[in-house]
Ligand binder design. Structure first.
Ligand code: GLY
Length: 351
């Protein structure tokens, strides 16, 4: 049936960014419809490692203010999702052992005794690590809880609904989908790796494929994240240790390749020798939304009444709460908590 919904904000993309923004907008009293071409939380938001990697030396330095602000918001963000959905979304780890970049040690190195306490199963030979106060979540926990919390907060979520076009109207936009039409005051592109669609004025976002896989290990043998330049290990506290990730420019290819999974798990098992590799392997892929400069795209689009909140590349899980907050502030004409000039879509105006 073809319905026309009238709302304040129409969001394309029900990944963690689109849904977190919907939640924040509902909190500020705006009516919201989120459209998702597949199932909510079924792409990068689900495939992610879930590290809240505020201090990852591989992050561009310009990202730090967003990372720090988002980490400060995180526990309240999880609590809100839990209380709305009635589903538990735990912080699964609270510390990270980070192998620093050569010559860039900023904290005291972890001692053997300290490693033996939180990571007795770790074989650190030939590597040094520093401690970081960082958390991690299991994106599987958010997969049902976040969509449920948006619905509970009064947002409309339309799955299997692809955005086919966005037309300007007097004072807003009309969003065309295969089924319904949404008449909205504002439209936000939160389509992750699919944000580049030129059909409705996309931005230069490219999919960056990542293979991931689970090892099995007795939970008490590793209870913090271990991150090296080559591989990371994220214990879930229940015997699974999630290992990531490859970085592949392979377009929208979503095939899982065993050789990549095997190579990654072999390199992880060198750090956690008593872990076992399940047979068959337990691997999957995700498509990260990459941008030309490695920074997210946050702010007003060229088209009136349209906005972008996308391009979070490796940090969408961490950056969801701050993105929801600063986008809401910008859309309501307020000063965002973190200045957004560096992330403005206009830097790609010639695309
Ligand atoms: N979030 C970590 C990764 O992209 O591999």
């Amino acid at each position: 049936m073809n319905n026309t919904f009238v709302v304040d904000v129409a969001i394309a993309g029900a990944g963690i960014i689109g849904l977190s923004l919907a939640l924040e907008l509902r909190q500020r009293g705006l009516s919201v419809t989120v459209m998702e071409r597949g199932q909510a939380m079924s792409s990068a938001s689900w495939a992610a490692g879930g590290m809240l990697a505020v201090n990852d030396p591989q992050n561009p330095p310009e990202l730090m203010p967003l990372c720090v602000s988002s980490w400060a918001l995180y526990q309240k963000y999880l609590d809100r999702i839990e209380s709305l959905s009635g589903q538990r979304v735990a912080m699964r780890t609270r510390r990270t052992l980070q192998e620093p970049k050569l010559g860039r040690i900023s904290n005291a190195l972890a001692t053997t005794a300290e490693i033996a306490e939180l990571a007795p199963g770790l074989d650190p030979s030939g590597h040094s690590f520093e401690w970081l106060e960082e958390g991690s979540v299991d994106p599987n926990d958010l997969r049902e809880a976040l969509p449920a919390s948006v619905r509970e907060a009064g947002g409309i979520l339309l799955e299997a609904t692809e955005v086919l076009g966005v037309e300007a109207t007097a004072g807003g936009v009309l969003v065309e989908t295969g089924q319904d039409r949404i008449s909205a005051g504002m439209f936000v592109n939160c389509c992750g790796a699919w944000s580049g669609s030129r059909r409705w004025g996309g931005v230069p976002v490219e999919p960056v494929k990542g293979h991931m896989a689970n090892l099995r290990c007795e939970p008490s043998r590793l209870s913090c994240v271990v991150r090296t330049p080559a591989v990371y290990l994220v214990p879930r506290g229940d015997g699974r240790v999630t290992v990531g990730a490859t970085i592949e420019h392979a377009g929208f290819d979503e095939t899982v390749h065993e050789p990549q999974i095997k190579a990654m798990l072999d390199s992880a098992v060198r750090f956690l020798p008593e872990a076992t590799i399940p047979s068959p392997t337990d691997g999957w892929i995700g498509l990260r939304p990459g941008t030309p400069d490695g920074l997210p795209i946050l702010g007003a689009a060229k088209r009136e009444h349209c906005w972008h909140a996308t391009g979070h590349y490796r940090d969408g899980i961490l950056l969801a709460p701050v993105t929801a907050r600063v986008m809401t502030q910008a859309m309501l004409g307020e000063t965002p908590d973190v200045p957004l000039e560096t992330f403005a879509p206009s830097r790609f105006d010639s695309w």
